[in-house]
Design a protein around this ligand. Structure first.
Ligand code: SF4
Length: 346
């Protein structure tokens, strides 16, 4: 039986048509699930009894169950979900002034094998379904609804997995996030992060979804990038940047380049100079993410003075540059640290 959560709008419409029902019930069903947060078809009182019965015969409603919650000193909450097949995935909720951001996963593990990333060390176990992707948002929203009025204002798709490596389910999930009938999250408030799957970026730009795109760049030379991000063997920095130069952006939007600073690997003055040259002419902002050193990692955190110098160099060249505070470092909820729980039980 199919989960109604994450089931695409178009497919609901097709199913209704097949049943001889009016297509306008699609938006009613979506409104019940995503706005009124109905947990059963019984609650959908503006649908006929026979349609509710038919939905019940053909669909079920389920969200991924929360197995564990870890609350950080800074208010960040890491959720561990146990999926039906026993796989674990994680989402991280980060509250801050004026916005509450949820970082969600798209795969169990990841095949990209970035060497600074704990998830990458797991390898890919499997892709998540759109129900499991969307379900993380709904489950966290439900868990926090009594705590705050708008538990999730922003969604970043940069948890476990390379989102574009799970293309079809990802696109289904994003369509539901931004659909005015479903989750109704503004596409400005959804950010998709990728390690740089060039072919998939080219395909994604035709989807007309206009969510923010963040590129995990992390190096300014191919030799270094290949060492820390093996995907670079397939798509070099030049190929990636060439693709991004023509990425269609709305007038007020820009790309985000993520750059994890690893001590003595990619944090030199020369790196800052090269980065400035490489990104010249891009409508972009740069997020510098000082690596958060943890056990089992060969990498070290950069010196604070290095981070400041790196940022100042780029600021002086008129780039918008933020140093992203690592959130949830005491619960291994920071960037590149998801899958820690899976490690401890493996
Ligand atoms: S950084 Fe992202 S793409 Fe790279 S291994 Fe980790 S989860 Fe995968």
């Amino acid at each position: 039986m199919q989960n109604i959560v994450g089931f695409p709008e178009e497919e609901i419409k097709e199913t209704l048509t097949k049943w001889g029902e009016k297509p306008f019930h699609t938006s009613q069903i979506l409104t019940w699930i995503y706005h009124h947060k109905a947990r059963s078809f019984e609650a959908m009182t503006n649908l006929s009894k026979s349609l509710r019965a038919r939905l019940l015969e053909n669909f079920h409603y389920s969200l991924p169950p929360i197995k564990k919650k870890s609350v950080s000193r800074d208010g960040t909450i890491k959720y561990l979900f146990e999926l039906e097949d026993g796989s674990d995935i994680e989402s991280v909720w980060m509250p801050s002034e004026g916005r509450n951001t949820l970082c969600i996963s798209t795969q169990v593990g990841c095949r990209m094998a970035c060497t600074f990333c704990l998830t990458g060390q797991l390898g890919l176990k499997r892709n998540l379904s759109s129900a499991e992707i969307i379900g993380q948002i709904m489950a966290v929203d439900r868990d926090l609804e009594e705590l705050t009025e708008n538990p999730i204002s922003n969604v970043v798709i940069m948890g476990m997995g390379e989102p574009l490596d799970n293309y079809d389910e990802l696109v289904k999930a994003i369509r539901l996030m931004v659909s005015p009938h479903a989750m109704k999250i503004s596409n400005r408030k959804v950010t998709l992060s990728t390690s740089g799957l060039v072919d998939k970026i080219k395909r994604f730009e035709k989807e007309d979804l206009h969510v923010n795109l963040a590129i995990s760049l992390n190096a300014t030379e191919n030799s270094t990038r290949t060492e820390i991000m093996p995907i670079n063997k397939k798509h070099t920095i030049e190929e990636l940047l060439e693709t991004l130069r023509t990425y269609p952006l709305k007038a007020t939007r820009r790309l985000t380049f993520e750059y994890v600073l690893l001590k003595e690997i990619n944090d030199s003055h020369e790196d800052a100079v090269r980065l400035g040259k490489m990104l010249h002419g891009f409508k972009c902002k740069i997020n510098l993410i000082p690596f958060n050193a943890f056990d089992r990692s060969d990498f070290q955190s950069p010196l604070e003075s290095r981070v400041t110098e790196f940022q100042n160099y780029l600021l002086a060249r008129n780039f918008t540059v933020f140093v992203r505070k690592n959130r949830g470092t005491d619960i291994l909820g920071a960037c590149g640290q998801l899958a820690a729980e899976s490690f401890s039980v493996a």
